[in-house]
Ligand binder design. Structure first.
Ligand code: ZN
Length: 233
């Protein structure tokens, strides 16, 4: 079995990292006896092979991925970000956690044999990322254009990109992160215009068109955006 060994001064025990990009990496503490590695690989062989198989299956599907295929990479065009994901089994632990170890690198650890649990932490991470980045963007657009809203919530809707309540609470869909920045801006402005007109009247569209003259093209791209949602979601 092919693998690479990486010495990590910070780690205190042996970890197995699997990713579609790098294959198997054995992370060992400094001073670890390298002769022990083949034995460790041997005991985890079943787990490793299962996941490597999953990655090669995932590579074969470009569309309509079966839902138990986990992403090895998440592209967020809205933010111009790509996140690589490593799945790390940490033995008996029954929970799954996701952590950004550095910008662009996510580690999902724990009971990573459970695809549903992995998907659910990744979805939570996506919502957190959306809150971190979309909320300030909305605040800035409101400020720049003289809109006032009460607060913003991040949700994970299946049918709409955003909404605005009578109390001027704006809800944004975390899947907006999969759209290009100009389309995201258009969606946010749409909801901000609802803080002025709570309907889709002519006045509403006139206001919105003032920010984006080619609204028709934007709306087409918003609709097309639903097709880009990943199966793991
Ligand atoms: Zn609307």
């Amino acid at each position: 079995m092919d693998y690479r060994v990486r010495i990590s001064p910070r780690s205190r025990r042996v970890r197995l990292n699997l990713s579609a990009r790098d294959g198997l990496t054995i992370v060992v503490p400094r001073g670890f006896d390298a002769r022990r590695i083949p034995g460790i690989v041997e005991t985890r062989k079943g787990w490793i092979e299962k996941h490597l198989r999953r990655f090669s299956e995932a590579a074969r599907f470009t569309a309509g991925n079966p839902p138990d295929i986990l992403p090895e990479q998440i592209d967020l065009p809205a933010l111009g970000e790509t996140w690589h994901i490593a799945y790390r089994s940490t033995g008996a632990q029954e929970v799954v956690e996701v952590k950004a170890v550095e910008p662009g690198e996510l580690v999902v650890s724990g009971a990573v044999d459970d695809p549903a649990a992995c998907r659910s932490v990744l979805k939570r991470w996506l919502r957190r990322r959306a809150a971190e980045r979309l909320a300030p963007l909305l605040a800035r657009l409101a400020e720049e254009n003289g809109f006032r809203y009460d607060r913003v919530t991040i949700r994970s809707q299946k049918t709409r990109w955003g909404s605005c309540s009578a109390r001027k609470t704006i809800s944004l869909n975390c899947h907006l992160l999969f759209l290009p920045p100009d389309v995201v801006r258009y969606v946010l402005l749409h909801e901000l215009c609802h803080t002025v007109f709570m309907n889709h009247s002519d006045k509403f569209w006139l206001l919105l068109d003032g920010f984006e003259p080619d609204g028709k093209a934007m709306r087409r791209r918003m609709r097309a955006g639903w097709k880009d949602l990943r199966a793991w979601l």
